[in-house]
Design a protein around this ligand. Structure first.
Ligand SMILES: *Cc1c(COP(=O)(O)O)cnc(C)c1O
Length: 421
């Protein structure tokens, strides 16, 4: 039996309607920006395997650090014990994060990091003797698939069967120059009519919402209103974190910093799962009490796994290196040049870029999960490129180590799609 046949026997894949799409492509190896298929073909990983492997797959330096750690300490309960990799990582992150962040809470995936952020916001008020049950979120945001994170997400195709069990979430649209006044008004109406605990948002770029982008100035205005009204702000940096927007964290593009920040994905350089929720001293202090009851009773077995921490430290040292920082600038400039060459193409409806994240909307009618989307996906795969169109949006979020030649291959493929579609 082939790997594909064996896969189909027992495996249920995420985000997959198995009645329509049965075939998962076996990948046997990955290196740098390349994926190697069982079929002998190579594919440029144009989305860094969901924004994780930013320093390149199987990065030799990260691998070395992982191996060293594996031989030293593999796993230890993080309640009542601690270890140097976690301590060093906390020190490192506090140095990188917006200056108001002072505490690091570990977990193991992006949804959970947001779940923790939401729970921190709810319990923060509860611990202060106030019952606040409403969370504000952007329309069409995506924060993950656990119940709290799913409640705050606005993409209904995922949510239908579960909506009766959601926490109370009120929504505002993402702001534009024309709509910011209205958005602020709506925000104030929600705050005045509900007991609002927190506001969760993806800063600057909404990944799952077809890489929708909005301006930091308007985010700043929204955060100012939240601050004025005691609404805890939670920045979901699971996608945007670790350099993708041209700064370490997208939140740095705005003046006002969030109370809580969730991160995952590139945090561990594509090697192993881990997530972190950071917060300010003010949040943390609200959980300090002589009674145990005010503590944060949330734990995951693999919290702060030492190998994940070691891998994360290695990734961060790469991110800070001249080599990666230069590469980020190179990719930003390269996307800009490409954009100039295609933005007026008749099949291009609009384009946008924040840092190394580049997206374009095709001027054609298509469903988010329709047949056409899979045709476009196949078109790129046949050219040896892994891109994952979201509806009529094609986006590039390549690893920082992607070469100019690989970028050109992606650009040429997009151009040829535009000319043939
Ligand atoms: C991927 C993602 C999540 C969910 O993270 P998982 O690790 O897949 O649970 C949450 N928020 C954003 C912005 C994401 O991109």
């Amino acid at each position: 039996m082939t790997l594909q046949e064996r896969d189909q026997k027992f495996i249920w894949h995420p985000l997959t309607q198995h009645k329509i799409h049965q075939e998962a492509l076996p990948i046997v190896k990955a290196k740098g920006a390349l994926l190697y298929g069982e079929d002998g073909k190579t594919y440029i990983d144009g989305i860094a395997s969901w924004y994780t492997a930013m320093y390149g797959h199987c990065n030799a330096f990260v691998l070395e650090k992982a191996q060293e750690q594996m031989q030293q300490l593999d796993q230890i309960v993080f309640s009542g014990f601690t270890h140097e990799p976690a301590i060093r990582l906390s020190e490192e992150l506090i140095g990188l994060l917006p200056t108001n962040q002072e505490k690091i809470f570990f977990s193991d995936n992006g949804s959970t990091a947001n779940e923790i952020g939401i729970k921190m916001a709810l319990q923060y008020h509860f611990n202060k003797g106030k019952k606040k049950n409403t969370i504000i979120a952007f329309e069409n945001g995506f924060h993950g698939d656990t119940f709290g994170a799913m409640s705050a997400s606005g993409l209904s195709v995922y949510n239908g069967p579960f909506e009766d069990f959601f926490i109370d979430v009120q929504r505002i649209p993402t702001p534009t120059a024309d709509s910011i006044e209205e958005v602020i008004e709506k925000l104030l109406t929600i705050i005045n009519n509900h007991d609002v605990a927190g506001f969760i948002y993806e800063p600057l770029v909404q990944g799952a919402n077809s890489m929708h982008m909005y301006d930091a100035r308007y985010l700043n205005q929204i955060l100012a209103v939240c601050n004025d009204h005691g609404v805890i702000t939670i920045a979901d940096e699971v996608m945007t974190g670790f350099g993708k927007t041209g700064k370490m964290f997208a939140s740095e593009h705005a003046e006002i910093q969030p109370d809580i920040i969730s991160m995952s994905k590139a945090l561990t350089a594509g090697f192993v799962p881990m997530a972190i929720t950071s917060c300010t001293k003010e949040i943390y202090d609200a959980f300090l009490d002589d009674s145990v009851g005010k503590a944060f009773f949330h734990a995951h077995t693999y919290s702060a796994n030492p190998i994940a921490c070691a891998v994360s430290l290695a990734g961060i040292s790469l991110l800070k290196s001249d080599e990666i920082q230069t590469s980020i600038k190179r990719i930003i400039a390269s996307h800009q040049q490409f954009n100039d060459s295609i933005k007026n193409h008749p099949k291009v409806k609009s384009t946008r870029q924040t840092g190394i994240i580049y997206a374009m909307d095709l001027d054609i009618e298509m469903d988010r999960y329709g047949k056409k989307r899979y045709e476009i996906f196949d078109f790129f795969m046949q050219k040896g490129i892994f891109l994952r169109p979201l509806g009529n949006t094609i986006y590039i979020l390549a690893p920082y180590v992607v070469t100019n030649e690989q970028l050109n291959t992606i650009y040429e493929a997009i151009k040829s799609l535009l000319d043939t579609i």
